[in-house]
Design a protein around this ligand. Structure first.
Ligand SMILES: [Mn+2]
Length: 325
């Protein structure tokens, strides 16, 4: 995979020291990964504030496959990011104290892991990170993983929180292809937990989901509404009923022209700056307790999706770091 970058043009920055690093990678579990932004930037676990948690789990994706390769591709692409953020006017990584955890629930190489095992491992790992006061950004992997992540926050939280979902799809089916843990059911499991949700950029759903949205009065921010209403961000933020939020980003919420590397691409998604403006406002107006970035399924011979996903993760880190000041 390293060859992906070296094959490209001479304008691509290659920093081998950043890539391989001088110090050994610190990982808690067996599956070692490339640290986000490279080992030069990696904080020790103890000193870290932000933890990137790779979850390369894939079992139920139905259209394009490859989400189990998402975390590795995102981390590898992150090596190419500039430390300096032009919007935030600083090298945000120098304040953020980022640690990249070893991969969990890894299905690469044909390893079979049941949904229950994946959810338990995810819940236990996230719970430990919450107990250590880490801000976690989980990277997937298929969207069903989010059930385990959110369940950990629910168990550890004394205060209520809203799950803000950026996604093309409702993901509100009770069951799909014989499993209630299919990636098409993830938000239904979260609604069943009794948590309020705010789905954003939705543009694909079935009758069952449309009926549930009406029945439960779920405040959906439709993608076609976003395209026509310049005030959608403030309106969306005003509908959030709690001070605390968890953000789950299915990358197919973004327009597939910008993010083709997803399992189920849908036309008409968020553009880059609309997405960033919304996220920044969320961090400014609410207490974000955690995030995930899901469903990256890299496209052969293109690095656009993984690089954009890596940059999105860096933006989340930046907005979260500024919100702590
Ligand atoms: Mn989706």
């Amino acid at each position: 995979m390293a060859g992906l970058y070296t094959q490209n043009s001479s304008c691509v920055k290659i920093n081998l020291k950043k890539f391989f690093g001088a110090s050994p990678m610190l990982v808690q579990t067996s599956a070692a990964v490339i640290p986000f932004l490279g080992s030069e930037i990696q904080a020790s676990y103890k000193a870290s504030r932000v933890v990137i948690l790779p979850i390369p789990y894939e079992a139920t994706t139905t259209y394009r496959k490859g989400t189990e390769n998402g975390p590795d591709a995102l981390l590898e692409a992150s090596i190419q990011l500039e430390y300096y953020d032009d919007e935030l006017e600083r090298e945000i990584c120098k304040d953020a104290r980022i640690y990249t955890h070893g991969a969990i629930a890894d299905t690469k190489g044909g390893q079979r892991i049941s949904a229950q095992t994946m959810l338990r491992e995810t819940r236990d790992t996230i719970s430990g990170l919450i107990d250590d006061s880490k801000f976690v950004i989980a990277i997937g992997g298929e969207h069903s993983i989010t059930t385990g992540i959110v369940d950990a926050y629910r168990q550890r939280s004394s205060e209520p929180f809203t799950v803000v979902q950026i996604d093309a799809h409702g993901d509100l089916r009770h069951e799909y292809e014989g499993s209630i843990y299919n990636h098409a059911c993830v938000m239904r499991r979260i609604v069943d937990m009794g948590l309020p949700t705010l789905p954003v950029a939705i543009r694909s759903l079935c009758q069952e989901e449309a009926d549930l949205i009406k029945q439960k009065s779920i405040p959906v921010i439709w993608a076609r509404h976003i395209a026509q209403n310049p005030h959608w961000i403030e309106e969306a933020i005003a509908t959030i009923p709690t001070e605390r939020v968890f953000i789950t980003i299915d990358l197919d919420g973004i327009d597939p022209a910008l993010m083709p590397g997803v399992g189920t691409p849908e036309p008409g998604g968020l553009n880059w700056y609309a997405l960033l403006t919304f996220l920044r406002r969320l961090f400014e107006t609410h207490q974000v307790i955690g995030c995930d970035v899901m469903e990256l399924a890299p496209v052969v011979d293109s690095v656009v999706s993984q690089f954009s996903a890596a940059k999105l993760v860096y933006k989340l880190i930046g907005y979260q770091t500024l919100a702590q000041r």
